[in-house]
Design a protein around this ligand. Structure first.
Ligand code: FES
Ligand code: FES
Length: 126
C-alpha cells in the first residue's frame, strides 16, 4: 500500500525517537499495543512545574503509519499543557497524515499512548 508523503516524511525522519527516564517523577510513560496487528508503541512525556510538556519521546515497534502517528504526536504535544495534550484525538492525527481506513487503528494507538502517558504522570503526582 502507498503511504502518503507526510507518513513517508515521518517514517524516514522520525522526530523524537528515544527514551526518557521512566523512574523520574516528572516523566509519564504510556505503553500500548494494537490487538489488530500486535504492534507496540511507547510514548513518554516530561512535564515541567507549570504542567507543560517540555519533552516527548517515542519508540514504536510497528508499521509506518504507527511510527508516523507517534512521531507527529510527539511534535504536537511539546509545549502543550497536559490538559491540551489529552484532547488530541486519533482523528486529527489520521486527518493530518491522510491515513486510509485500514490504518486508522495506528493513529488510535497514538491517542491511547498519550492518554496512558498522562495517566502515568498523574498517578505519580498523586
Ligand atoms: Fe503492524 Fe503494520 S500490521 S506492522
Ligand atoms: Fe497496526 Fe499500524 S499499528 S498496522
Amino acid at each position: 500500500m502507498a503511504y502518503s508523503d507526510k507518513v513517508m516524511d515521518h517514517y524516514e525522519n522520525p522526530r523524537n525517537v528515544g527514551t526518557l527516564n521512566q523512574d523520574s517523577e516528572t516523566v509519564g510513560t504510556g505503553i500500548v499495543g494494537a490487538p489488530a496487528c500486535g504492534d507496540v508503541m511507547r510514548l513518554q512525556i516530561e512535564v515541567n512545574g507549570e504542567g507543560v510538556i517540555s519533552d516527548a519521546k517515542f519508540k514504536t515497534y510497528g508499521c509506518g503509519s504507527a511510527i508516523a502517528s507517534s512521531s507527529l504526536l510527539t511534535e504536537w504535544v511539546k509545549g502543550k499543557t497536559i490538559e491540551e495534550a489529552s484532547t488530541i484525538t486519533n482523528k486529527s492525527i489520521a486527518d493530518e497524515l491522510g491515513l486510509p481506513p485500514v490504518k486508522i487503528h495506528c493513529s488510535v494507538l497514538a491517542e491511547d499512548a498519550i492518554k496512558a502517558a498522562i495517566e502515568d504522570y498523574q498517578s505519580k503526582k498523586n
